[in-house]
Write a protein that binds this ligand. Structure first.
Ligand SMILES: C[S@@+](CC[C@H](N)C(=O)[O-])C[C@H]1O[C@@H](n2cnc3c(N)ncnc32)[C@H](O)[C@@H]1O
Length: 300
């Protein structure tokens, strides 16, 4: 079955989502995504009828507004996107200058959903970048004009069918969301890669905000104590190089690696290396080793 997705987004788990949801328990009262991005996991879970109650959250407010608009008012989002997208082809318009004009308007406060969508569609690989003032500073992909409105339309309508009337949207720090979860929820967490944040000591400003490792570990310990099931995607390995620190053994999690395919980064430098994404599941969720899965390791 073809699973819809609105737009490319860095760190999206769209490709490995089918492997991740194999770890979902049979019964989920509510799926909570505190770091939802473009919601690849919730969309797939809805497609596969794993759950019919979703809480989607991301600290990036324009991104959440865009997903909310997509779910609740897809026609409006598509029609506004069409206007912005067509603007780049006006006779007196250079399409690259047009992108920078839209980005400038966005940074000056016009953070509407269609503008966010156009910017994501036109930057390279949906890779948003932010400066220390929280302004979008990624340049545009000069070889493409951004996803065609017809494709956006098909996907937005499909996503809306899957999630409308079942989804609650918020834009808060993840800790606030975790504090409001309850037994019966399944929390899927996909925080930014370690070392990618807007903290002063970070040189990588991939997301509007990052997550402190120790603080994150403390939050997971609280979920354990409260008996809440959770799954975390957290870094991994490329070739034999481990990326980021492992979550500590004291959390008593199952840890597996999912084969995410050839590393684009390594391929660029002429190497063939596989990227493995770490997946941790809380102790009540079984670490199923299914032959059909591309799992390389499974240890508790
Ligand atoms: C790896 S991306 C998630 C991608 C998502 N799983 C998908 O498939 O599209 C991480 C997300 O965490 C969000 N984020 C960063 N810090 C956060 C925080 N403190 N609280 C909530 N969300 C945060 C970022 O804005 C980003 O969208």
């Amino acid at each position: 079955m073809k699973v819809p997705h609105l737009v490319q987004y860095q760190g999206s788990k769209r490709v490995i989502a089918p492997e991740i949801i194999k770890f979902f328990p049979d019964k989920i009262d509510r799926l909570v995504e505190p770091f939802s991005g473009t919601c690849a996991i919730s969309i797939l879970a809805a497609t596969e009828n794993k759950c019919d109650n979703f809480w989607i959250n991301d600290i990036n407010e324009p991104l959440i507004k865009m997903m909310e608009e997509c779910v609740n008012f897809p026609e409006r989002l598509v029609s506004e996107y069409l206007n912005i997208w067509e603007g780049q082809f006006q006779a007196d318009q250079n399409n690259i200058d047009y992108f920078y004009k839209v980005r400038e308007e966005f940074n000056c406060g016009k953070k509407d959903s269609a503008r966010m969508l156009f910017l994501l569609a036109r930057v390279v690989k949906g890779a948003v970048r932010y400066n220390v003032h929280g302004e979008l500073n990624q340049s545009c992909d000069k070889r493409r004009y951004g996803t065609k409105p017809q494709i956006i339309s098909n996907n937005a309508l499909e996503i809306s069918k899957l999630l409308k009337g079942k989804t609650y949207f918020t834009s808060e720090d993840y800790k606030k969301i975790l504090a409001l979860t309850k037994p019966g929820d399944l929390v899927y967490m996909d925080p930014p890669y370690q070392g990618t944040s807007n903290k002063e000591n970070s040189r990588d400003h991939r997301y509007i905000q990052g997550v402190d490792f120790e603080e994150f570990v403390a939050e997971l310990a609280k979920l354990n104590n409260r008996g809440i099931d959770f799954i975390v995607s957290y870094d991994g390995m490329t070739g034999d190089k481990i990326i980021g620190k492992h979550l500590p053994k004291e959390l008593n999690l199952n840890h597996i690696y999912i084969n995410a395919g050839l590393s684009a980064q390594a391929t660029l430098s002429g190497k063939k290396e596989i990227t493995y994404e770490s997946l941790y599941t809380s102790k009540n969720l079984k670490c199923k080793q299914d032959e059909s899965m591309q799992l390389e390791f499974c240890f508790g």
